[in-house]
Design a protein around this ligand. Structure first.
Ligand SMILES: [Mg+2]
Length: 222
């Protein structure tokens, strides 16, 4: 797997919904506070969301899967999932995935990189604040673009969102650009439709049936 450029999804690829906030929130329902378990819960939620073919604004199936994985018992799942759904706002997508931050820095030294995210106008500042990446100079990795769906007015799965990134990658053929995301429906399908090469970040092997390149960590790209 070698490409001329890399584009990354942000949620679930560079950052997670902050488990240091969500773990105490769910503890009252019997949820475990182990942050690694919360990381696992995110990908279980994304897999459930993709299997249900839930659209971008539909997160109930994610919330239910998430609270079950962290150990909320059946009789409290509905209430815990509801609280998770109302608390997990856009600004909570801010907890850095450590091996992603490291791999991004190494990759960016070799190839041009950028970010394309379904977000709410906040993701560029969140990535900069977490010292993950930014356009121009800063504490994180320098990237060519951070495309936020709210800012550009187009969201995945509409493949047209990628056009906003591709203007920063002139001269690179689309099929030589990998797009790494954690959603089958939002990321794999939309980047395929845009003519890019999709790669699914699937750390817990939730999609063994899928005929698409899968990695367990961004470090697998190195
Ligand atoms: Mg994502």
């Amino acid at each position: 797997m070698s490409f001329d450029a890399y584009l990354f999804d942000a949620g679930g690829v560079l950052v997670l919904p902050d488990p240091t906030v969500l773990a105490p929130l769910l503890a009252v329902f019997g949820g475990h506070d182990d942050l690694e378990l919360h990381r696992r819960a995110h990908y279980a939620g994304m897999a459930a969301k993709s299997r249900a073919r839930a659209g971008e604004p539909e997160w109930t199936v994610y919330d239910v899967a998430y609270v079950r994985v962290v150990g909320v018992p059946d009789h409290d799942v509905e209430e815990a999932a509801d609280l998770l759904g109302s608390t997990r706002t856009a600004r909570l997508w801010r907890y850095p995935i450590a091996d992603s931050t490291t791999a991004l820095a190494t990759l960016a030294a070799q190839r041009p990189v950028g970010v394309v995210s379904n977000a709410s106008g906040q993701i560029e500042a969140a990535l900069r604040r977490a010292a993950i990446c930014q356009v121009g100079a800063g504490a994180g990795t320098r990237v060519r673009c951070v495309i936020d769906s709210h800012v550009v007015g187009i969201a995945k799965p509409d493949p047209a969102i990628f056009d906003h990134a591709l203007v920063h990658f002139e001269g690179v053929e689309r099929h030589r650009i990998a797009y790494i995301g954690d959603s089958v429906t939002m990321d794999v399908e939309s980047s395929t439709a845009a003519g890019l090469h999709p790669i699914l970040l699937d750390p817990f092997d939730d999609h063994p049936e899928l005929d698409v390149a899968r990695i367990r960590s961004l470090a697998d790209l190195l």
